[in-house]
Ligand binder design. Structure first.
Ligand SMILES: NC(=O)c1ccc[n+]([C@@H]2O[C@H](COP(=O)([O-])OP(=O)(O)OC[C@H]3O[C@@H](n4cnc5c(N)ncnc54)[C@H](O)[C@@H]3O)[C@@H](O)[C@H]2O)c1
Length: 330
């Protein structure tokens, strides 16, 4: 149900998941109006060098309601991914998270309402669930804000739900579990491990390796978004994008080291990378029953395959040069 005659808006298109989603939409023949956050360098992030006839790059800011209205004018489906997403940075700059994640989402909802777009897919996160009270985590699991980041995503989800109920706005909430792959910021565990090993470090710095995660390869997450953009009759639903598998950070590190041919890699826990204990989300494993029922989406990559693709990308010197493996990137 994504209308090919109207542009599809992607916010956060300059970022990790948004750039992959933008490419996946363009590959399927959609026209994409891709938002890169305005900056004076005219830097389009991961959209730099992307060239497709259907791609229109727009620079702006979701904190500006007037800009959001103009962004949505004439568009069909809107994928709203723009956000501040680093948990450690949300400890030091929570105001920015409220402005971007809550107010930014409100602005996009209001813009879709004002301009009459066909659907808005709002991006949530598995972080809203906090440490699993039961697994696999389905959409009914309680919300537990364990970081300012999570709190702002819970707020944004609530606004999206309220716009569906109050105004019948065609809203779908996509809730990806942890996503990894080429282009991810080194603040996340998988790129931080890969980029340090690829830079020749014999002892790498990590945070707590005991938590578990349900990792989605980014191509699968992008297909999940498109499936939720296309499926009929799912307005008002919040829907997990998850594999239903669970792995510890320590097991992930071991697998990466093995795939990179450095099984002897040692690690040291860097206290700066530890979350306060009550803020650490110890266990995440998602239930994907709903998305499987409502769409034909299935993950195509297991962790080993997705990691191999990710490593292949990171070890390319041109890509690795964009990272600073010796500096902790929160
Ligand atoms: N990466 C994950 O594991 C994961 C998991 C679940 C949900 N998510 C969600 O997916 C979305 C994308 O995350 P990502 O991992 O690609 O992160 P990312 O940081 O790479 O992308 C977010 C993008 O939002 C843009 N942005 C930030 N503030 C903006 C503003 N004020 N105006 C316009 N653009 C702005 C940034 O330029 C950035 O490129 C986010 O909503 C995030 O909460 C990510």
């Amino acid at each position: 149900m994504i209308d090919k005659n109207k542009p599809v808006v992607v916010t956060g298109a300059d970022g990790f998941i948004g750039s992959h989603l933008t490419e996946a939409l363009l590959e399927r023949g959609y026209r994409v109006r891709a938002l890169a956050q305005y900056n004076s360098f005219n830097n389009w992030g991961w959209l730099e060098g992307m060239s497709y006839p259907g791609l229109e790059v727009v620079c702006g800011d979701v904190r500006d309601p007037n800009f959001c209205r103009e962004l949505c004018r004439g568009a069909g489906t809107v994928f709203h991914l723009a956000a501040l997403i680093a948990i450690p940075y949300s400890y030091v700059a929570p105001d920015s998270y409220v402005d971007t994640n809550i107010k930014g989402t409100l602005n996009m909802l209001q813009a879709v309402r004002d301009t009459g777009c066909d659907r808005i897919v709002v991006t949530s996160t598995s972080e809203v669930y906090g440490t699993a009270l039961y697994v696999p985590i389905d959409e009914k699991h309680p919300r537990q804000p364990q970081s300012p980041y999570s709190a702002t995503k819970i707020g944004a989800d609530a606004l999206a739900e309220s716009f569906y109920r109050a105004f019948e706005l065609p809203v779908v909430i996509a809730r990806p579990f942890n996503t990894y792959g080429p282009r991810q910021s080194a603040r996340a565990i998988i790129p931080t491990i890969i980029s340090q090993i690829a830079s020749g470090a014999e002892e790498i710095k990590v945070g707590d390796l005991s938590p578990t995660r349900d990792f989605n390869f980014v191509a699968d997450t992008a297909r999940g978004f498109i499936a939720l953009g296309e499926a009929e009759g799912i307005e008002g639903r919040d829907i997990n994008i998850a594999t239903g598998t669970e792995v510890t950070m320590a097991e992930t590190l071991k697998l990466i080291a093995e795939l990179m041919g450095k099984p002897e890699t040692r690690y040291v826990v860097d206290p700066a990378r530890l979350r306060p204990s009550k803020s650490e989300v110890n266990r995440l494993c998602g239930d994907s029953t709903l998305i499987r029922e409502l769409t034909d989406w299935r993950p195509a990559y297991d962790l080993r395959e997705g990691l191999a693709k990710t490593i292949e990308w990171f070890v390319n010197p041109e890509n690795l040069a964009k990272y600073k493996p010796d500096i902790y990137n929160r």
